[in-house]
Design a binder for this molecule. Structure first.
Ligand SMILES: Cc1ncc(COP(=O)(O)O)c(C=O)c1O
Length: 416
């Protein structure tokens, strides 16, 4: 099908060609070709990322920042080049604003931890999160509030799965010290207006933390435009390895805030009387980091940029809209979230448990996520225990969406 023969949108990506770069997708499960639609949980890794990890251990492996020998210098250069790749990708003002962490969860905990230590948040203060958050972007803030006696406020979710921004406005006050929301909801695919959310928070003097775990694989991210204080994502959701992620922090803040963990690398000088701390980002990177992970993450970002984030987004948009159209006629279905969703499509069927459907789909070769997606408060808000979630990546095809529709019909017949 070409643009000349139809008005339907056509993807600039060739997912069939792309799939060849993902060895794991070539396999069969339960004797059926694997259709991997659990990308919001973790995406698969292309050869260039696998090669990067292997190359690191075959040619570069050494500890960084400390050695004068060749390997130590080469590994340090590669690791710092990876930091530059991430900084450029996010349009950060400087490389030092990128801290390597083990993932989004680690990044949130880092910020919550240093905010407690800094004494910036006290018993009279409030932190705002949203009803769409992953537990990672709720629990650390809740723990912070418990520690310092502050109050957690929640932006409600409207029936269409978007945030109630009017109520958000009314929650903001001089007591608000931090607003933490996701860029894209992993449960419903809602794309939040983070530019607006950050602007309003700033107008009230509050810090802003954006959880970009689901946006990094799907959207171009321009930190200058978003103008948040912190932004985080995980490597493994953006075609990179597990155990690596980043935290962006505004340089001035990183300079002012105290370190989190103590250890090697984060110090300038240690005496038993007093230790002075390194400059950011090293101040927040105690101990030997995931060196190979950082380098492979940069390979994953190069992979994304070679495809073009806009092309990936357009391709996934086509798939997700088609998926909604294929599924919406199925008997008893409820689809959650707004029409303009990204990455993930969540649905339930009346009278049928999502787990049963997910299990039958697995037998047919489909990998979909079932459950609460680490968003229990959101599930409660909609009066459900969980959903079935199809989530997309650049290598998914329209054919797979059609096959999902057929497989779901079969599974529903078996269960009804
Ligand atoms: C929106 C969102 N935030 C945070 C996380 C946590 O990411 P990680 O487990 O990689 O730390 C996830 C993972 O699913 C997510 O989807």
């Amino acid at each position: 099908m070409t643009a000349e023969t139809t008005d339907a949108p056509v993807s600039a990506l060739d997912p069939y060609e792309l799939k060849k770069q993902f060895p794991i997708l070539q396999q069969q499960v339960h004797g059926k070709p694997l259709v991997y639609l659990d990308n919001a949980a973790t995406s698969q890794k292309p050869l260039c990322v696998l090669d990067s990890s292997r190359h690191y251990y075959e040619k570069l492996n050494s500890n960084i920042h400390r050695g004068v020998h060749h390997l130590a210098q080469a590994a340090t250069a590669a690791h710092e080049a990876a930091r530059t790749t991430v900084a450029k990708h996010l349009n950060a003002a400087r490389d030092e604003e990128i801290i390597f962490t083990s993932g989004t969860t680690d990044s949130v905990n880092l910020v919550a931890g240093v905010l407690v230590k800094s004494g910036r948040i006290g018993p009279e203060d409030e932190i705002i999160v949203s009803g769409l958050e992953h537990h990672s972007n709720t629990v650390p803030w809740q723990m912070l509030c418990e520690q310092v006696g502050a109050t957690l406020r929640v932006i409600p979710v409207l029936d269409d799965g978007t945030l109630d921004l009017e109520t958000y406005q009314s929650l903001l006050s001089e007591r608000t010290k931090l607003v933490a929301v996701n860029h894209i909801s992993n449960a419903f695919g809602t794309v939040n207006n983070v530019i607006h959310i950050c602007r309003e928070a700033k107008n009230h003097g509050a810090l802003t933390f954006i959880d970009g775990a689901q946006s990094a694989p799907h959207l171009p991210i321009d930190l200058q435009l978003i103008n948040c204080d912190f932004y985080a994502f995980s490597g493994h959701k953006v075609y990179g390895p597990t155990g690596i992620g980043i935290l962006y922090g505004r340089h001035k803040l990183l300079t002012e805030l105290p370190p989190w963990k103590g250890g090697g690398e984060m110090i300038k000088e240690v005496t038993f009387e007093k230790t002075t701390y390194n400059d950011p980002p090293f101040k927040f990177e105690a101990g030997t980091p995931n060196i190979e992970g950082g380098i492979a993450l940069a390979a994953a970002i190069d992979f994304v940029n070679n495809l073009g984030v806009e092309n990936i987004h357009a391709h996934e948009d086509l798939l997700i809209r088609k998926c909604a159209a294929v599924l919406e006629d199925l008997d008893g279905i409820t689809i959650y979230g707004p029409e303009d969703r990204a990455g993930a499509l969540s649905f339930t069927f009346e009278g049928i448990h999502h787990y049963d459907l997910g299990t039958l789909l697995d037998q047919m070769g489909f990998a979909l996520r079932t459950g609460h997606h680490c968003c229990q408060p959101l599930m409660k808000r909609f009066g459900i225990t969980g959903t079935l979630r199809a989530s997309f990546a650049a290598y998914n095809t329209e054919e797979e969406v059609d096959q999902l529709g057929i497989a779901l019909k079969k599974a529903l017949m078996m269960l009804r």
